[in-house]
Design a protein around this ligand. Structure first.
Ligand code: PLP
Length: 388
């Protein structure tokens, strides 16, 4: 075992079950380990390196900003933060952005916005946030409470009160639940990522939107994983013709540097005032410059290409031996395999392909610009392993 693996095991908190691979560098959708072995990167750091590893344009944006000013407190204006906020608002039609450093922080902001909006408009007893069973919204205590999976909760009681979970196949139960809990907000993923790449039923998404409008309940869409082109639309909710009050995002937004955003629509754009919320690093100029380079490249052509690659995945894998089903959208893909997903992923590593799992599925979140040749090569490795 290399020194690095031993050091890590001894000194880094044991929260991750790491594969026995040390990644030293990469370019685009190829990464290399400590022995120089090459891998096709089908996980892109869990959907983070949107245009691949050490992408030229992103690197230029980030290094140029680093050489100007790497950080300024939010007491002053900086250009990348303002430009990024403008881009996000123009692309969504929403009004204002709060920047944090992660998906969990984006969701924390959304929850605070919803609670304050409801408290001011309807009274302090309107604090409940309805989320989906099997959802994932983050690891802070409050976003853990929002997360509808008991196994994440067990050892961390008491959690933040005021969260209830609903089965996404029971959209007819949503309105009664909104009324009985005096809900402040409904918060959903369009595709549950950590939950197993499960597409939330259209009926539920449409019902949540309808109720948000009619009952004046804040609709929060968690686009931390699905956002920023991943689904083949700029945000995944755009596949459904709805308009959320708050869109939260992170992961692919920064292209590899930590940044999260809560994008606020018209109803809630002015809910947060001076002192209501903040973050030392929020909107950091280097992270924002990286994000501007990512977001400004997500245009119609790129989105069409992401959709085309989704079709390529279906065409290549569907009906193949050992492959049971394919879920997701765009380049967020869940593959249900006859073999245990974790065994497929282990075998992939040996053959030079890095994949993820999500529950019982093999999960793929490659860079949005992965070349067809590498995508097909990786899919054939997966297909071969599944058929053996
Ligand atoms: C990853 C993820 C989060 C948490 O993001 P962090 O940056 O790890 O805090 C929240 N929601 C969804 C849907 C995610 O996929």
């Amino acid at each position: 075992m290399s020194n690095i693996k031993e050091l890590d095991k001894e000194y880094v908190a044991g929260t991750y079950a790491r594969f026995p691979v040390e990644i030293t560098h990469g370019k685009g959708s190829l990464v290399y380990d400590e022995n120089g072995k090459e891998y096709i990167d089908m996980g892109s750091g869990i959907g983070v390196t949107a245009f691949g590893v050490a992408d030229d344009e992103w690197q230029k944006a980030v290094t140029e900003q680093i050489s100007k000013v790497q950080h300024m407190s939010n007491l002053y204006y900086t250009e990348p933060c303002a430009k990024l906020a403008e881009l996000l608002c123009k692309k969504t039609g929403l009004k204002k952005v709060f920047f944090g450093n992660s998906g969990a922080e984006a969701n924390e902001c959304a929850i605070k916005v919803a609670r304050k909006y409801a408290a001011e408009k309807k009274g302090a007893d309107h604090y409940t946030i309805i989320t989906l069973e099997n959802s994932f919204h983050g690891r802070t205590l409050t976003t853990l409470s929002a997360t509808g999976q008991d196994h994440y909760h067990e050892l961390f009681q008491p959690l933040t009160p005021g969260f209830v979970h609903i089965d996404s196949s029971k959209h007819e139960e949503l309105l009664p639940l909104v009324k009985s809990t005096k809900a402040a907000a409904i918060m959903i993923e369009i595709i549950q990522g950590e939950g197993g790449v499960l597409n939330t039923p259209k009926e539920f998404i449409e019902e949540a939107y309808r109720i948000s409008q009619e009952e004046d309940v804040v609709l929060i869409i968690d686009e931390v994983q699905t956002g920023n082109g991943r689904s083949g639309e700029f945000y995944a909710y755009m596949n459904y013709g709805i308009k959320p009050d708050v869109v939260t995002t992170a992961k692919g937004l920064g292209g590899g540097l930590p940044i999260g955003a809560a994008i606020l629509g018209e109803r809630v754009e002015n809910v947060l005032g001076f002192g209501d919320h903040g973050s030392t690093y929020g909107g950091n100029p280097v992270c924002s410059a990286g994000a501007v380079s990512v977001i400004s490249r997500i245009d119609e052509d790129l989105l069409n290409d992401v959709k085309r690659k989704n079709k390529l995945v279906h065409d290549t894998l569907e009906g193949k031996k050992g492959i049971l089903s394919i879920s997701g959208m765009g380049l967020m893909i869940g593959i249900e395999t006859e073999k245990k997903a974790s065994d497929v992923v282990k075998a992939c590593i040996e053959r030079g392909v890095l994949c993820l799992t999500a529950k019982n599925k093999v999960r793929l979140l490659p860079a949005l610009n992965i070349p067809d040749e590498l995508l097909l090569k990786a899919l054939n490795v997966i297909s071969d392993i599944c058929s053996e």
